[in-house]
Design a protein around this ligand. Structure first.
Ligand code: MN
Length: 424
């Protein structure tokens, strides 16, 4: 569904005065505000193709209707988000849920919405109906070389699909591991996984990256073969310069200091990208910033510090992706909220007075260091994020506009109340 630009203009006109009033707070800090707005305009967050339908838990799924029924409709949904916020200019595909049967046509369609293709994701955590061997006991780690080969071949096929669309990265998340003590020889599982990843790595085009995503537990509950950032870093280091660690915010043991992990990975040049979401207990996959916004800010604080120290481009040097899905919200509203939360954390982190912070740290002035961080975190940057959207044709309040246009009702009208997104 293409959004009528008139509806964005009307929406913005009706809110312009109120917006300008809020923005006037920044009148004395034009330099800071302008730099932040420009960076926000450049910063794009990829939407995963699997988050456009209602997510489920193992207890049930409560679809909201009007879900995209195919890849074309998923692209249309991301296009709608991007039209509203101008910050969701990429889609991350999952194979085999979203196989582009006509890549040229798919690329053209995405182009009409101003969308690029971010990392492609492989799937060896479930069996497909046309698959000859099972992943019940793992894929790249499997004791049977034939199963490993099937999983390797699948990953290489995913790379080829990505190449046809202009993707530049493969994300590998493995559910491999064990659920009971004694089930697995850890050493062999590591070596087999490394060897299998090595074969996939060898098939990467020269300008591609491989993201090795880790996860502490689930679906295996005793051991995960890529279970933490340390093991991902080890695999990525052994694989070579095109392999990186991918941090999914929900994939840690409780209370892990994710910002410290980010700082160290950046320092080693091995941070590849992010999967944003939020959680209270485990891999809850809730809306980014909905539970721990301060943690999200602290992560961005380390990202900016570490990226600037290495001369990296905030917008393009890392892969920025959302990986969230849940049971109770309209997925498109949820994604608008996630993107906004990520932008707010990024903008706040850009405001941190880094010179003063380093001075306070060097002087062991603990209270002052905390003040500096919290001063930035407690600044209302919503007007800056809205101004960034306004300047590039987005809506001042994307969620409000989405609601006032009854977009979900329109989608249900087009696709039906029972339409279920592929993959979930
Ligand atoms: Mn993830």
């Amino acid at each position: 569904m293409q959004l009528d630009t008139n509806s964005i203009d009307n929406h913005n006109q009706s809110r312009l005065n109120a917006h300008k009033n809020k923005l006037s707070y920044w009148a004395d800090e034009v330099e800071k505000a302008e730099a932040t707005i420009q960076k926000l305009i450049d910063f794009q967050i990829a939407i995963p193709s699997w988050a456009l339908g209602t997510g489920g838990t193992r207890f049930g799924r409560f679809a909201g209707g009007g879900e995209p029924r195919n890849l074309e409709e998923k692209i249309a949904d991301v296009g709608l988000l991007h039209a509203l916020n101008r910050s969701s200019g990429a889609i991350s595909l999952h194979i085999p849920w979203d196989i582009p049967t006509d890549p040229k046509a798919i690329q053209e369609l995405a182009g009409q919405y101003g969308l690029a293709f971010d990392a492609v994701n492989s799937n060896t955590f479930q069996d497909q109906s046309d698959q000859s061997l099972s992943y019940k006991f793992g894929s790249l780690q499997h004791t049977d070389a034939a199963v490993r080969q099937q999983a390797i071949d699948h990953n290489i096929e995913v790379i080829r699909h990505g190449e046809a669309l202009g993707s530049k990265a493969l994300t590998v998340w493995l559910s491999d591991g064990s659920s009971f003590p004694g089930q697995l020889n850890f050493r062999k599982a590591f070596q087999r996984t490394l060897d299998s990843l090595g074969e996939i790595y060898a098939a990467l085009p020269s300008d591609w990256k491989m993201f090795v995503e880790y996860k502490a537990f689930e679906p295996n509950f005793y051991s995960m073969t890529v279970g933490d950032w340390g093991s991902s870093f080890l695999y990525a280091s052994k694989l070579g310069p095109k392999a990186y660690t991918l941090v999914d915010l929900g994939h840690h043991l409780p209370n892990a200091n994710i910002e410290q992990i980010v700082a160290i990975l950046l320092n080693e040049g091995k941070l590849g990208g992010f999967h944003f979401n939020d959680s209270k207990y485990g891999d809850d996959d809730l809306t980014a910033g909905s539970i721990k916004p301060y943690q999200l800010f602290l992560i961005f604080n380390e990202l900016i510090e570490g990226m600037d120290a290495r001369g990296m481009n905030h917008a393009s040097s890392l892969g920025w992706m959302i990986d969230a899905s849940h049971n109770v919200k309209d997925p498109l509203e949820d994604l608008l909220q996630s993107v906004e939360a990520i932008q707010l954390a990024y903008a706040q982190a850009l405001l941190v007075d880094r010179v003063a912070l380093e001075e306070a740290r060097e002087a062991n002035d603990v209270a002052q260091a905390q003040e500096i961080l919290q001063d930035a975190f407690r600044t209302d940057v919503r007007p800056l994020v809205a101004e960034a959207r306004l300047r590039v044709g987005g809506a001042l309040q994307p969620l409000a506009l989405y609601r006032s246009l009854n977009m979900r009702q329109q989608l249900i009208g087009e696709r039906g109340a029972k339409a279920v997104a592929t993959g979930l």
